[in-house]
Design a protein. Structure first.
Length: 215
């Protein structure tokens, strides 16, 4: 596990540890099913065990890690049924977020999305898997913030958090030029003010990758 040793930023230690671990799981920087130890994380983050324990409790409540009866802590390795469930939830939430963002999708937003998609294309060509996950989520979050629907976005981010490690494993095995093409369709729909086309492009983008994992 490669966790940055110093935990920067304001707030109590458990909050800073929580933010750091949450981002690493969200961006797929920890493998699915990977075991985590309180002592190991505390040493690498240069904090005591207590804030690590509190952060992990919060992450367990969000479904980002699992705590077994034996005390083993790990990121979830998703079953086929769970992957299908998460894909179905994303198919409900994210097209709605995009549709709500459409009336506020001005050229500055579209330019930003094009820039992020260009960065994704570069990362794909270089095989930068961790960077790809981060940039892909930035693309979607940048659009969804314009929806002005914070509760819906929070639910969506919880789904991302639960699937982050599995998405990282998926990107390690699959060619991701497909996502760039989906994003181009999303941008085209935004430019045209085409809500049905936007919903369709978002749904295809957010569900296709997860469902390809189901054997």
């Amino acid at each position: 596990m490669n966790i940055t040793q110093s935990i920067d930023g304001p707030g109590p230690a458990h909050e800073r540890v929580y933010r750091r671990l949450r981002n690493r799981i969200l961006h797929g920087e920890i493998e699915p099913g990977q075991s985590l130890t309180l002592r190991g994380m505390a040493e690498e983050m240069d904090v005591s065990i207590t804030p690590v324990r509190e952060a992990l409790r919060r992450l367990a409540a969000e479904g980002a890690v699992t705590l077994s009866k034996s005390g083993r802590i790990s990121t979830p390795a998703l079953t086929n049924e769970r992957i299908e469930e998460l894909a179905a939830i994303r198919a409900l939430l994210e097209p709605e977020l995009a549709a709500r963002a459409l009336p506020r999708a001005h050229m500055a937003l579209i330019d930003r999305l094009q820039s992020i998609n260009g960065e994704i294309q570069r990362l794909v060509s270089e095989g930068a898997r961790n960077g790809y996950v981060r940039a892909n989520m930035e693309f979607h979050r940048t659009l969804y913030l314009r929806a002005q629907a914070p509760a819906m976005l929070a639910l969506t981010e919880t789904i991302w958090l639960q699937s982050g490690p599995t998405l990282r494993a998926m990107y390690a095995r699959q060619q991701q030029t497909r996502a760039v093409d989906h994003h181009m369709k999303i941008i085209a729909a935004l430019k045209a003010g085409d809500e049905p086309g936007l919903r369709l492009a978002i749904r295809a983008d957010v569900t296709g990758g997860l469902r390809m994992l189901v054997s």
